[in-house]
Design a binder for this molecule. Sequence first.
Ligand code: F6P
Length: 546
Amino acid sequence: MGTSDSAEWQALAEHHREVGDRHLRDLFAEDPQRGTDLVVTAGDLYLDYSKNRLTRETVRLLAALAERVGLRERTEAMFRGEHINPTEDRAVLHVALRDPRTGGLDVDGHDVNAEVHEVLGRMADFADRVRGGAWTGHTGERIRAVVNIGIGGSDLGPAMAYLALRDYSDRSLTFRFVSNIDPTDLAEATRDLDPATTLFVVASKTFTTQETLTNAKEARRWLLEGLGGDEKAVAKHFVAVSTNAEKVSEFGIDTANMFGFWDWVGGRYSFTSAIGLSLMVAIGPEQYREMLDGFHAIDEHFRTAPYGENLPALLGLISVWYVDFFGAQSQAVLPYSQYLARFPAYLQQLCMESNGKSVTLDGSPVDVATGEIVWGEPGTNGQHAFYQLLHQGTLLVPADFIGFAQPNDLTHDRDLDSMHDLFLANFLAQPRALAFGRTAEEVAADGTAGDVVPHKVMPGNHPSNAIVAPKLTPSVLGQLVAAYEHRVFTQGVVWGINSFDQWGVELGKVMANQLAPKLQSGSAPEYDSDSSTNALVRYLREGRGR
Ligand code: F6P
């Protein structure tokens, strides 16, 4: 039976025929309580989903779909550590990474809680030593700069969160995040650093990733060149985060300086594993724990709240409503916080690597649309760039607006209140304009010339969620990320796909390895029928004088 064959799916299809064209202006006019009723809270998060093209009946039908597909049972299976990632035969237990319990969860013969807390303890000890100056470099000087080398899930989480929580970080330390194999990334990150006071955190789940290992080798060369070539320096300036002790030691990093995690942590779900080490050094173990507790609060909410009041589940179900019944292909994420500038990029991996799938768990083709293109930029910058399309374009782009009541007070000695009010006024104005628009009559009433009127009409009926919290704190960041993790899980269960593998990225990696020698040697064999790649190889080889 296909996903779309169930009675619950068919009921939604029928319901869409009835309400899909209704305008938000009318939905609000008919239901005066809408703006206060179609909201849910979870932890410190407040979700207003009233500006979506749905009714209370839609929510009921979506919740029924969630029950039908067994979202509750799948969630429990995830929390129990069952192997819900069948193509890799793995458990999916990122929720255990933030569980405050120090024992009790036995998975595949291991006390998962105990192992998590053992690593967290080692991380805290290390972070305190770096922050306090007890961890010194090869020349005896204290560490002043931490460079995280990793890519994908081994970069985006800590890089996004470091930026988000900068106001909580130790400002006497410099943090850089290097991911790209483009040699300029590492060169720019290290050009003003002193090798004697720089620490590299090499973060890779597999410790086989081409980009990370290549950057790490180059970083080691840079370090040794700067410190007179003594190999012993490596132990003082390199630590590793990985599941692969053998490869770490092969690389030349002492496994005593390795922080481990487990195959049941997916790369894009790994930021609360030891992958968060550089972030912990930045904000300190206590605030890091506050962040983990924020994650945990939403994990528990997701596990227990009924779907009509379940914030992450509602986010996921509403997105299914748009992707599958309205044909929406993208989802904008618009944080009104410059600190969250990398949040959309982080979500791109989380959402698109998880749910960019076209077969169901049993390998048969999906019969409904899956995934969505996630993109965004912080407001208000985006307003002056791409919002025009959101307001007057022909595409349906559901948007998540994220905002905070209080600003993070950067300098702690000036009043940012009125500036933040202006910021929040924009945060409120945009979803309002998107939802309600401006009619031709309203435009004409302003005295606009007749032929210009259609150009100024704002059709409205563009849906959005508003997610607000008192302030961007470590805990709130954890809550926000956990909410999106479970949103992705909800979607994946409804679509019947495996949200936890990523076979699609492998082919490109294999081809890159095949192409590298072709760029280096003029006599390398060419592909038979791919005249495009052959010509590009020739162009690039010539451009490099080969
Ligand atoms: O290319 C995909 C991927 O496997 C991601 O899922 C992962 O986060 C990233 O590569 C980095 O992998 P690793 O942590 O093993 O270096």
